[in-house]
Design a protein around this ligand. Structure first.
Ligand SMILES: Nc1ncnc2c1ncn2[C@@H]1O[C@H](COP(=O)(O)OP(=O)(O)O)[C@@H](O)[C@H]1O
Ligand SMILES: N[C@@H](CCC(=O)OP(=O)(O)O)C(=O)O
Length: 376
């Protein structure tokens, strides 16, 4: 058994994505037996202490079945209508099954803006992490009814990878209708060889994924490889594997050689911090006192409002700001939880005073340590 596979056993925070073709049994309606077995394996993953987010496609495909449509419409509004109908089916299917295992579910519909706009990014992240803390299983899909053509993720592989970045998942599992990534599209060459393990960086993979998606899926293998690369930006490894394999999730997390493991180059913390630092333009600065400089540098702690002496610039919640010492030297940079005006009101105050000073409480930290990179 490969050492890299062993790491899957230790994974703590997992995103599992289920594709349309698989979930709807190639358009024949929701695949009830599949759902039964995946949900019971997902429940077992939760019971073993892992945190779990499910990204499920299939709203359009299920909506088409419910509406009696045989062909996927080209018209965007018809697609959106189908998604709205089908999403009801998805939510119902997951809700009832997870409940039978004593687990609560939550529906999260995300659009592109929710992840690219910094304030919404922080909100989406905080809500997902809060749900995980509460032991709830979030079931995510794209918010198909309101997105327009240009800004659609288009496929849920990308969405799943962005969710993995958002919550710092260590593993992304993409369940699909093939057993994994093959050297060639197995629909055109049934003798093609399955890749068991590769680095996401491996450029020889690019030529292997040229084949189109199935008639129900959107992305094919190309978007799955891209998704694995996106997920690796925050250090997640990706497994692309056949959802019809017997006890597929138990076996993947038991480190069995199943499907294709695509390895991230770097461990999650280094990768995430680099990703964060490279993301955005600086929008302002907060000057912090000596005590705050010490805890940020030496203990890797969050920045609390009490350690802030001055605030410069006009920034919004979710923007990247510099933390500087009394001499103006950069100590760290990070994504700020409050806009500049609120940060000014909070500077020097204890976190217990936030409600009194602002009339609401978001987070007790001005910058959470997960969103903070100490400067070298
Ligand atoms: N190298 C490859 N290995 C495996 N499958 C491939 C490859 N190239 C293209 N494909 C196609 O990708 C399809 C899976 O993608 P897609 O239909 O988008 O599924 P999903 O709905 O699970 O996202 C497979 O059915 C297969 O025909
Ligand atoms: N949001 C869409 C998912 C789009 C899609 O088909 O994705 P996928 O099957 O993962 O390639 C839906 O629920 O139908």
């Amino acid at each position: 058994m490969s050492e890299n596979r062993q790491a899957l056993k230790a994974s703590k925070r997992v995103v599992v994505k289920i594709g349309s073709a698989l979930l709807t049994n190639d358009g024949r309606g929701l695949y009830a037996e599949g759902l039964d077995t995946w949900v019971s394996q997902l429940a077992a993953l939760r019971a073993s202490g892992r945190e779990l987010v499910l990204v499920s496609s299939g709203a359009v495909a299920e909506g088409m079945t419910r509406l009696g449509w045989r062909e996927r419409p080209d018209n965007l509004h018809k697609l959106q209508a189908a998604a709205a109908v089908g999403q009801m089916g998805l939510v119902h299917a997951y809700e009832t099954r997870f409940r039978a295992h004593g687990l609560q579910t939550a529906q999260i519909l995300l659009g592109h803006d929710d992840i690219s706009a910094r304030d919404r990014y922080l909100n989406a992240r905080s809500t997902l992490l809060t749900l995980l803390e509460l032991g709830v299983v979030p079931v995510v899909n794209e918010n198909d009814t309101v997105v327009t053509d240009e800004i659609r993720f288009g496929d849920n592989d990308t969405l799943a990878a962005l969710v993995a970045n958002l919550i710092d998942a260590d593993t992304l599992v993409i369940l699909t209708d093939q057993r994994g990534l093959f050297e060639e599209d197995p629909r055109s060459n049934p003798n093609a060889k399955l890749i068991s393990e590769a680095s996401v960086e491996d450029r020889t993979l690019d030529v292997m994924v040229g084949g189109a998606a199935g008639s129900l899926g959107r992305g094919g293998m190309l978007t799955k490889l891209r998704a694995a690369r996106l997920a690796s930006r925050s250090g997640a490894n990706t497994v692309i594997v056949g959802g019809r394999e017997d006890r597929v999730l138990d076996r993947v997390f038991g480190a069995e050689d199943l499907g294709t493991l695509l390895l991230s180059k770097e461990p999650p913390i280094t990768a995430r911090k680099k990703w964060l630092a490279g993301q955005l333009q600086l929008r302002g600065a907060v000057q912090i006192d000596d005590g705050a400089v010490r805890v940020l540098r030496q203990q890797g702690r969050s920045l609390l409002p009490v350690g802030v002496v001055a605030v410069t610039g006009q920034f919004s919640r979710g923007d990247l700001v510099r933390c500087v010492d009394a001499q103006g030297n950069e100590v760290a940079r990070g994504l700020v939880n409050y806009c500049a005006d609120d940060a000014r009101r909070l500077q020097g105050a204890s976190s217990a005073k936030i409600a009194e000073l602002l009339g609401f409480v978001g987070e007790p930290e001005l910058i959470h340590r997960d969103n903070l990179v100490v400067s070298g």
